[in-house]
Design a binder for this molecule. Structure first.
Ligand SMILES: [Cu+2]
Length: 92
């Protein structure tokens, strides 16, 4: 049983990869004043569907997010950090 589920996942993965449109955005995040803030920012982002990777640079006050453009938009990412108390703007 366990083995058949595993092989099913392997069989589906090429299609899953085709279905995603990976995109990376860098946000300039305000209000990150102590080293705990990046953790809060990261948590607010990682619960969003489609977000696969988050890199926070505390010194530069940025968050670089890799996400599936079919499931998330930059505006969704901005709203998530803003709602958590960290207003953000996209850095282009
Ligand atoms: Cu803090």
């Amino acid at each position: 049983m366990r083995k058949s589920v595993a092989s099913l996942l392997v069989a589906l993965s090429p299609f899953a990869a085709l279905a995603t449109t990976p995109q990376t955005a860098t946000l300039h995040v305000q209000n990150m004043t102590c080293e705990l803030c990046p953790i809060t920012v990261k948590k607010s982002l990682e619960r969003l569907p489609g977000v696969s990777q988050i890199r926070i640079d505390f010194a530069k006050k940025t968050a670089t997010i890799t996400f599936d453009a079919d499931q998330a938009q930059v505006s969704t990412l901005v709203k998530a950090t803003t709602d958590a108390g960290y207003p953000a703007t996209e850095r282009k």
